[in-house]
Design a protein around this ligand. Sequence first.
Ligand code: HEC
Ligand code: HEC
Length: 180
Amino acid sequence: MKITGFSLPAAAAAVLAVALVAASSYAQAPPPAQGPAGAPPAPGHFKMPNPTNLQVLPKDMTGDQVMEIMHGWEAQLGGECSTCHAADPTRKMPNGKPALNFADDSKKEKKIARLMLHMTMDINKNYVSTIENSGQPVKCGTCHRGHVTPEPFVPKPDHDDHDHDDHDHPPAAAAHPGTR
Ligand code: HEC
Ligand code: HEC
């Protein structure tokens, strides 16, 4: 199954993806085996083949550019490649583990990640960039904070107490009118 309905113009997607790459590369140390762009790969660095099934990221990205984004997602979600990518039962890695088929779309997490990428670019382009801001874009980690499923935000209990001391405590039902 393919997710359809992504109609972002390619040029806009390219600009945003570049912004995502730039943001992720200055926020974290580059992967150790990766040399500067265009330099011959460091010994032991497997050069990623160019992608064949990009639907949200610009289709002309090189394999190494895609890998840089993938390492960023892995860190921001606290996941692994296999969180989103399905195993290829026909191929094994030198260490005996099944190899992943990166172009395959069968895992639901991969489809969700495409939706999330689209959403994140939309938030930055149409919302965050329209306010005076610190220049910090919304990234996967803004919400995920190292968890594949974002943890619920629990306000500090002392703040809660403060509210209760200072104000009359409304009946529970009236305190959450939006939930009824
Ligand atoms: C949070 C989910 C997620 C994680 C984690 C993740 N990926 Fe991906 N990956 C995706 C999505 C989604 C795409 C497709 C993007 C698109 O359609 O524009 C993709 C695309 C790719 C592609 C391009 C495949 C092709 O031929 O089109 C490669 C290669 C890849 N990932 C490698 C990796 C590696 C290696 C890791 C671990 C370091 C990794 N990914 C971690 C979600 C993920
Ligand atoms: C605005 C906040 C926000 C941003 C930004 C965001 N996510 Fe999410 N993401 C969520 C929420 C909320 C869920 C659903 C959590 C749940 O099921 O409880 C979710 C779910 C997911 C899931 C499914 C997790 C699961 O439990 O199966 C994946 C995969 C994912 N996001 C990937 C990404 C990636 C990749 C990015 C960056 C391109 C991203 N998200 C950016 C809020 C966000």
